[in-house]
Ligand binder design. Structure first.
Ligand code: UD1
Ligand code: CA
Length: 476
């Protein structure tokens, strides 16, 4: 079925008092993004145009969280109920719009677009002027009740607060998702009166209004109540986060990824993880990470927007952000790969090495205690223990370049901007301050001197014995 000629209204003006937050409820995050973004995405899959989002509390921040090009915003101020909110949205629909209007909530982020599509198809197949989604709940709590006549046809929705005991016993409830012919919606909303327990304009009243006009009205009973779970508190937020996470893990395991401890695997929905990867305990894989086949992560890692080639091994304690790690590299333990790190493959980054905007050619290694920032290093170069690029002069960052097949000795400082050619041997402890040509040995040692017998005279000056035993005795 075609989805043309649908507009959408997403209600998101409420404050969400039970969140106990200064932030608007719909800005609280689920799966690494504001919940409103998820609610909008599910609706956007039906290609409605426009998507009108009713904002109120923290309107500007909510608007900033939405990227859909078809989004428009309606400000509802003050918030006088769901009917009032829908009425505010009408101004953002083109005056000549004559299709169906889908109405949803910004705080129900578990809804699936496939469910919305099935709802739309049913609405169109039945030729209904007004449909809404209902569900059957064993514990219908404070939801609006769906009232039907003896023949089972729809009469109205009654809010819990306004419901009689008999009505409260009804288990079919209103989810708050509607499809309404736009002309009917406009005229029904104009008729709303705040004659209820909350003195609010209830969107739910459009059902009784449409029935009174003998329009065709239907409730579409959805099978999975979980999709209509709203977020009202931090606890509900955490529970939904856990469900999203469990679903991601399940899907990955089905696709051939080993997750050693799913309870401590925090993997984003956008992550692409190839078969035969092994994810150890306490691992966060955030944003758009891509892991090639057979990547092993031993445990305790934080990865955000990282592309990792096949068969890489991340040992305990790797933090990596916005970078590329080429195939068969070995990273960690305790390595920090900052934004702009690019390892071309078969690299080794060992313990206490930090890289930033650093491009390392194939086979190049930095195994211990280094800072490589704003650097380009060729292939098969060995960066010794304690090598540091001195990239910052207090005002600007400068670039270091090192060629292929170099041996950069331990404790070398490269004062950038500086260039070291290929096949260079840097003696340990060298401070490189100017360009080193290909094939050279470079050193900046102070000459080594020895004073034979100096230790004994040093001890004597301190009234110690020649082997220093008096001082050692005092210490014990
Ligand atoms: C509403 C329905 C109820 C249904 C329930 C499902 C009404 C009168 N009742 O009740 O039948 O069972 O949803 O969850 O519609 N909002 C605004 N502006 C307002 C008021 C609300 O934008 O002035 C937004 C909220 O941000 C929220 C949504 O509308 O996203 C629902 O509002 P809420 O107050 O939670 O409605 P309920 O009382 O739960
Ligand atoms: Ca609610």
């Amino acid at each position: 079925m075609t989805t043309s000629n649908v507009a959408a209204i997403i209600l998101a003006a409420g404050k969400g008092t039970r969140m106990r937050s200064k932030r608007a409820k719909v800005l609280h995050e689920l799966g690494g993004e504001p919940m409103i973004a998820r609610a909008v995405r599910a609706v956007a899959a039906l290609h409605p145009d426009p998507i009108v989002i009713v904002v109120g509390h923290q309107a500007r921040e909510v608007e900033a969280a939405i990227t859909s090009p078809r989004a428009r915003f309606a400000l509802q101020e003050p918030q006088r109920g769901t009917g009032d909110a829908a009425r505010c949205a009408l101004d953002q629909l083109p005056a000549n719009f004559s299709g169906d209007v889908l109405i949803t909530y910004g705080d129900m982020p578990a809804i699936k677009s496939s469910t919305l599509r099935a709802f739309l198809d049913a609405h169109r197949k039945r030729g209904t002027k007004l449909s809404f989604i209902s569900i059957i709940l064993e514990d219908p709590s404070a939801y609006g009740r769906v009232i039907r006549d003896a023949a089972g046809s729809l009469e109205k929705i009654v809010e819990f607060r306004d419901a009689s005991p008999v009505e409260r016993a009804i288990k079919e409830i209103n989810t708050g998702f509607y499809l309404v012919d736009s002309a009917l919606l406009r005229s029904a909303l104009a008729e709303l009166k705040p004659a209820n327990a909350q003195d609010e304009y209830y969107l739910t009243d459009i059902v009784a209004i449409a029935r009174a006009r003998r329009e065709k009205v239907e409730a579409w009973v959805a099978d999975d109540p979980a999709e209509f779970a709203g977020i009202n508190s931090r606890e509900e937020l955490a529970n939904m986060e856990a469900e999203i996470r469990a679903a991601v893990n399940r899907k990955l395991m089905q696709a051939g990824v080993t997750i050693v401890d799913p309870a401590t695997a925090y993997i984003s929905e956008q992550a692409e993880i190839a078969p035969d990867c092994v994810i150890g305990p306490n691992v966060q894989i955030l944003g758009a990470c891509k892991l090639g086949e057979g990547v092993r992560i031993d445990g305790t890692a934080w990865l955000s927007n990282v592309t990792i080639g096949p068969r890489c091994h991340l040992k305990l304690g790797v933090r990596a952000e916005d970078c590329v790690i080429g195939e068969e590299s070995e990273i960690g333990p305790f390595a920090n790969l900052r934004a702009g790190t690019e390892l071309l493959g078969h690299n080794r980054i060992g313990n206490f090495v930090e890289t930033k905007k650093a491009r390392l050619g194939r086979g190049t290694k930095a195994s211990h205690l280094s800072y490589l920032g704003d650097a380009t290093i060729g292939a098969d170069t060995n960066v010794g223990c304690g090598v540091i690029t001195v990239n910052y002069d207090g005002y600007d960052k400068h670039h270091t370049e090192i060629g292929d097949r170099c041996m950069v000795g331990c404790d070398t400082q490269l004062v950038a901007p500086v260039k070291v050619g290929s096949d260079v041997y840097v003696a340990s402890g060298t401070t490189i301050i100017r360009e080193v040509p290909d094939g050279s040995l470079v050193m900046s040692h102070h000459p080594q001197r020895e004073k034979v017998g100096w230790m004994a005279s040093w001890r004597k000056r301190h009234n110690d014995s020649p082997d220093g035993s008096l001082r050692r005795k005092k210490e014990h």
